[in-house]
Design a protein around this ligand. Structure first.
Ligand SMILES: Cc1cc2nc3c(=O)[nH]c(=O)nc-3n(C[C@H](O)[C@H](O)[C@H](O)COP(=O)(O)O)c2cc1C
Length: 209
């Protein structure tokens, strides 16, 4: 973690519990709704999207595209904020950066449907999230946005699918969130045990590692 790591940014009950050798950046990643007004610089953003671009993809096609809006260009920022559902607008408006993930529906090499398009943009986003976490930032994905509005706002071609909207920034004061969200912001994070998600031999048979 870099110098920006503070107790506020990493509340203890948000840390991922698991194997001791899990990467710090994975242990510290979570999806905050409270963001501080600390700016995310262009250099920070370049690091995040460079990291995403080094994700694996089917046929190495890099089907992902991203549309980014920072608060330093407020009109651009408001345009993207306006694509989010009201619930997400109520907290994401404090994040200094928003972006949309988009993915090509078809392979470029043969124009046939790319069944891995959403898979691959998800991998790129996961890579970006871990990079953000390693830099003391967080990125929070949102399915709650108006896809038709985003498509027309940004002239996204029909042969591209929209993935998620994402808020990026540094963790802020949870008491500034709308009241209903404050409890979730502090709640411990949980995960299913591996016995429910990792099988061997046959479906639903927990792997004995
Ligand atoms: C594709 C996707 C869509 C999501 N949509 C929303 C959303 O619209 N609003 C929201 O507040 N969180 C949203 N989330 C965040 C999840 O609720 C969150 O990742 C999940 O509860 C696990 O918490 P963690 O990321 O802190 O581990 C979304 C996450 C993903 C990956």
């Amino acid at each position: 973690m870099n110098d920006s790591t503070t107790a506020l940014e990493y509340p203890a009950n948000k840390l991922a519990i698991g194997h001791a050798r899990m990467l710090d950046a994975i242990r510290h990643r979570w999806s905050p709704r409270a963001y501080s007004d600390r700016a995310v610089t262009s250099d920070d953003l370049t690091a995040l999207f460079d990291a995403a671009s080094w994700s694996a993809s089917c046929f190495g096609e890099e089907p992902w595209r991203f549309i980014v809006a920072s608060k330093d260009k407020i009109e651009e920022y408001q345009k993207m904020l306006g694509c989010l559902v009201e619930f997400n607008q109520s907290w994401a408006k404090n994040a200094p950066v928003l972006f949309l993930t988009v993915t090509s529906k078809n392979f470029a090499h043969n124009n046939k449907p790319n069944g891995y398009a959403m898979h691959d943009v998800g991998m790129a986003l996961a890579t970006l999230m871990i990079q953000a976490s390693s830099m003391g930032m967080h990125a929070h994905a949102m399915g709650g946005f108006d896809r038709d509005k985003a498509r027309s706002t940004y002239n996204i071609p029909e042969d591209y699918d929209l993935g998620a909207a994402v808020a990026v920034g540094y963790v802020g004061d949870h008491t500034l969130l709308p009241e209903g969200m404050q409890k979730t912001e502090l709640a411990p994070r949980k995960r299913k045990p591996l016995s429910e998600t990792l099988f061997s031999g046959t479906w639903a048979n927990p792997a004995a590692l």
